[in-house]
Each structure stands twice: as C-alpha cells, then as structure tokens.
Design a protein around this ligand. Sequence first.
Ligand SMILES: [Ca+2]
Ligand SMILES: [Ca+2]
Length: 491
Amino acid sequence: MASLTRRAAIAALLFALRAASQSCSNVPTASYPAPVVADGYNAQLIITGLSSPRGMIFDQKGALLVVEKGAGVTHITLQDNGGTCLSAGTTTRLIDDKGLNHGIELSADGKALYASTSTEVFSYAYDDVAISVSNQRTLIGNMSTSGHVTRTLLLSRKQPGLLLVSQGSSRNIDPKATQVSSGISQIRAFNISDLPDDKVYSYASDGKMLGWGLRNSVGVAEEPMTGGIFSVENSADQVSRMGTDIHEEDPGEEMNFHGFLNGSTESWGGNYGYPDCLALWGTGVPELGSMKVGSQFSYEESGSPVSDEDCARSYVAPRLTFEAHTAPLDIKFNKEGTLAYVSFHGSWNRDDPAGYKLSVIAFANGQPTEPTDSTTAAVPVLSNQDTGVCPGNCFRPAGLAFDSQDRLFMTSDSTGEIYVLQRTTPPGGDGGSGVPGGGSSPSGGAGTGGIGSSNENAATTGAYVPRNEMWLLVSLTLTLSLVGGAFLAIG
Ligand SMILES: [Ca+2]
Ligand SMILES: [Ca+2]
C-alpha cells in the first residue's frame, strides 16, 4: 500500500514538473493582437526576426532548416524546455542564395538537402555536425521565371528517390496551362536516384506528370499510411460568370488527390480543370443548376470555352474545396495520417479578408472524412483575432514542419516569425481527436497556454486561467497531499 502511494506521489510529481516546464519565461510577444488558439492545443511564438521564412524541415539533429525567401537557408538550433517552451539557440546561414524562395527537402538519411529557385532544383551534401553544405548540383531546370515562383518539393517516404516538384502558372489565367508540354500548372515526379552525373532533368519534358490543370498547388504532401498524394491549390482571381462578378466568394481553393507513387498509375496524369474550369465555393452564382460546393464550373475568362457539363465530365474534381482566396501554402500530415494541417496565407482579392489561419482537416483510411461538398472540413487551430485588420496587422501562415515529438512548427513570412503548436490531451477541448469541436468538452475551458488572454472563451467567461497553470495548481495540491499521505503510511 505504501509503495503504491509512493508511486502515485512520484507520478503526480512528474506530471507537476512537466506542467511546470510549460510555463515559459522570456518568450517573444507578437506586435499584432495575440492569436486565438483552439481548444485542445497550446501554441507559442518562439522565433522572431527572420526574413520572410517560408518552407522548413527538421534535420536529424533536431535543428530547423528554414528557407528565408530571397536570402537562403538558415540553420536554427532550438533550446527546448519542453512543451511549447522553446527558443532559438544558435542561428547559422547554411546556404547563401537569394534565388531560394520556398521549397526544401531532406533525404531520409539526413545527408542530402534539396532546395529550389523559380527555375531550378538543387541538391547539396549536408553535414549536420559541421553545419555546412557541399557539392551543390542542379537536378532539374527549365522552369518558368514569371508569375507564381515557388517550386514546392516533396521527397516521397514511400518511394525513396522520387522527388515531386510543383510549378504554378505564370499569370492569373494562363492559357499555356492547356498545353501539357508547357509544364505550367503541373506536379511532376522525378526519379533522382538514377540521374546520371552529367544530366539535368528538364521540368516540362522529363519526369512523370502526376497532375495538370493545377493553377498553383503550393502545398504537396504524402499521406503516411496509404502513401496517397494530396495537394492544396491557390485558385483564380477576379472571376466573373455570365456577366456577373463572382470573385468575392468564387472560385474556391482546392485540395486535390493525385493517387499513389507505388507503381500504381491510378489517378496519374489527370487534368484538374484550370484554366478551363474552377471549383465552386459560394453557390450564389448565375445558373447554379444542380451544382454544389466543389463542382467545377465554366466562367468568362477561361482558356477555352467549355460548358459546366464539360467541366464535370472531363476534369478531376477537387477532393475538398476551401473558402475563396484563403491561399493554402502548405499541408502536413500527422504521423498517424488522421490529421492534415493546412496553412492559409490569407486573401488579397476579397473585400472581407479570409484565411490568415492554420487549420486542421480530419482524415481516415487515407481520405478526408468530410464529403466533397463540405464547407466545414478545415477547422481553425491558430487564427488572427480580427482578420478585418489583415494583412497589415496579422501573422500570415506559410511553411509547416513536425519535429520528432509531433510538435507542429509554422512560419509566418510577413512577420518573420515561427510558432510552435502542441496538442493537449489531456486536457483538451476536442475529445482527443485533434479537431477542435470534434469531441465533447465537459469544461469548454480555455486552451491557450502561453499565448495570453486572447482566447475567445476568455471574453465570455470573464476571469481567464491559463489551462497549464490551472493543472499545475491541481497537480501540486495532489502531490503534496499524496506525499503527506505516503509519509503517514510509512510512518
Ligand atoms: Ca487566388
Ligand atoms: Ca480544379
């Protein structure tokens, strides 16, 4: 009995210490209103002062490699005090190259680094101890120089050696995207394991075309269980239909499914609609007919005149559609494949700003759990308090990366910042699903831990007690009473 009590006391003490380690001192404060954090998550701003941080990835030593657009790749070690209490240790410019702008990847063994400019994809030998790169070589060239200039990279974990590269359009409505030989608005897969030393792949003619008719699919991810490839697409602006300006609510941004890389060519090479057809978000369009959210439709400025029926028949429809102009830039799955996080950079082509948030989408069996016409599949996790003041006084989500402890890191390029998020189970307001509002929440309590008194719940409940501190208090009380009890039992 005494030994059981002692064990319980130690367990409670450990829990209290873990909770204590999450109360963080000397953390940076955002210059804009503190973000709103959904129930079931902790979030913390941890790094400031970067220059337009975009894509990022962790190396095998736990350092963060961040593309600073127009500068290069920066290596950042982290001081880790547990939970979301991290800060920058040493910062080293790993690669000086003003052309690097977003894409970054690392081989599974951590020894080869990949990065992209608008026109080329490079590989480097990477030494994570010396913090240096060597042997830079060009793997892929001949990409477009204008318009959408990110060239997102995804190195398959299921099919090692296959590098996916996404190239967007060179203008809003780009007729070149109707020609498969242009390489415009496509995702292509390149086998970089058997590339001869003297060869450079040409984007538009080499590699296998995974999909085309994808205006600007900046986020590309591999679902970790099935290996399914998903991308998130930034769709067109200033669109009108049958003489009516519909650009406020249409078209929707898209999540598309591209099949698998494991030799099956099912779903490969499909055309996803752009520029002929776009996906419906707002349903207040002329001649809606039987179309619903996610249906692809024709519009005035399209590359070639097609009917709504052609759009439905001849092109692959999105798997999910998101609010117009929210600008999804990255998608990352948790390792169980149950959650996909999407960073929405935020709108410019809309009177009422939209996006400017990190959201999560529930997945099961390799697909989103919501139907294709859902308008609620993307659930906010980290949001600006008032998007009405965006983009001027807001963070703008860009790149995402998980560390080995399943903490999610997010860059905000406009503010030069990095945030970290961690799920809180227990206690969590999401019933443990990771999707806010996706489970029962007996307390409905605040879930911010570290960000401050910005939680939406705080405004309605009055007094705000950060969840971690509340649990620390409870744990310490419990520990003291158990330790006291243990001494009584021993004595
Ligand atoms: Ca757009
Ligand atoms: Ca489409």
